[in-house]
Design a protein around this ligand. Structure first.
Ligand code: DGY
Length: 327
């Protein structure tokens, strides 16, 4: 490509990333950070050489249908690609890349925080204090539950699930996991982890359950009303992966009825909308999709996007290919 490629970025990125993108590419940035409408996305797809969308965009088959002749690469800013219709992208011969590894530790930190916040009732305590309702220390006030010695069930022992398990060991939690494949002996031994081939069997025995699989058609509502009913009533659920893996309405019902003890949620089925019942519940910690939200992490994610785009335009295979139909 003799000319600089036209790279359209759908959201504001950290300054250092945008500066480098402008040096390397004919970059069209979104400085006021207004999310693109579906029409605007379609127009961008018609004219770009490379699209850089992110989780807040709905890159559905219709948008991909607008792809112009020059578009060859969708370099997603983020690791999850459930917002991109991969089948439609594959049919169009588009390469899709993501940004793995660089947000693993930050997301695991945030998940560990949710695991602590729920059982120890930290959000409730802060709300009481800020509301002027703290009468001072008392022996039976605001009692939560001990973390040490409890069983943590991890659904999806990939990069983030493993990083969480390492942290959880430090807090004295016993690690249990369900995954498509059992992890290697060495890792299992390091984590002293117990593998459950059957998810339904595992969840009935856990004190805390944390979701770490990607959202795909197979994992949509993996935690259905039926599965949620299998959880012990003292169980806390944590989700910093994707909202659609849990049936949010069924979760709100279970929490309302006291069928489970609480939840810590960083992701939601229809972001930024939150199921109204969840907003009313004291025993739910709600965070605005903060998993990878560190400046360092977001700069590293941008760097990954740049490396993928640069490799592609220089005629190499982008390293983080999710779909590689062309090469
Ligand atoms: C991801 O990368 O998938 C995060 O959820 C958003 O950045």
């Amino acid at each position: 490509m003799a000319q600089k490629p036209k790279v359209i970025v759908t959201r504001k990125l950290p300054d250092a990333v945008e500066t480098r993108m402008m040096e390397l590419f004919d970059a069209q940035l979104n400085l006021d950070d207004q999310p693109f409408s579906q029409d605007e996305l379609g127009i961008a797809f018609e004219t770009a050489d490379v699209m850089v969308p992110t989780v807040s965009d709905n890159v559905d088959a219709e948008v991909i249908g607008h792809a112009g002749p020059n578009l060859k690469l969708i370099a997603n800013f983020g690791v999850g690609v459930n917002h991109i219709d991969l089948d439609a992208a594959s049919d169009k011969g588009l390469i899709v890349t993501n940004t793995p590894d660089v947000l693993t530790e930050d997301t695991a930190d945030l998940t560990m925080a949710l695991i602590l916040m729920g059982p120890r009732r930290m959000s409730e305590g802060e709300r009481m204090l800020r509301g002027g309702g703290w009468p001072g220390w008392a022996p039976t006030q605001h009692l939560g539950h001990r973390i040490n010695g409890k069983r943590l069930g991890i659904i999806g022992m990939g990069r983030i699930g493993t990083a969480l398990a390492r942290r959880a060991r430090g807090f004295g939690l016993a690690v249990h996991y369900h995954n498509r494949h059992r992890v290697g002996d060495e890792l299992e031994a390091e984590l002293e982890a117990t593998y459950w081939e059957n998810l339904d069997q595992m969840i009935g025995h856990m004190d805390i359950l944390s979701v770490h699989c990607p959202l795909t058609p197979e994992t949509h509502h993996l935690l259905s009303a039926e599965r949620l009913a299998r959880l012990p009533p003292h169980c806390f659920i944590v989700n910093a992966s994707r909202g659609g893996i849990i049936d949010e309405g069924a979760l709100a019902d279970a929490l309302n009825q006291g069928a489970i003890a609480g939840a810590g949620l960083d992701v939601f089925e229809n972001e930024p909308a939150i199921h109204p019942a969840l907003l009313e519940l004291e025993n739910v910690v709600l965070l605005p999709h903060l998993g990878s939200a560190t400046l360092e992490g977001r700069i590293d994610m941008g760097e990954k996007v740049i490396v993928n785009v640069k490799a592609f335009i220089d005629g190499h295979k982008p390293p983080d290919r999710v779909l590689s139909s062309l090469i």
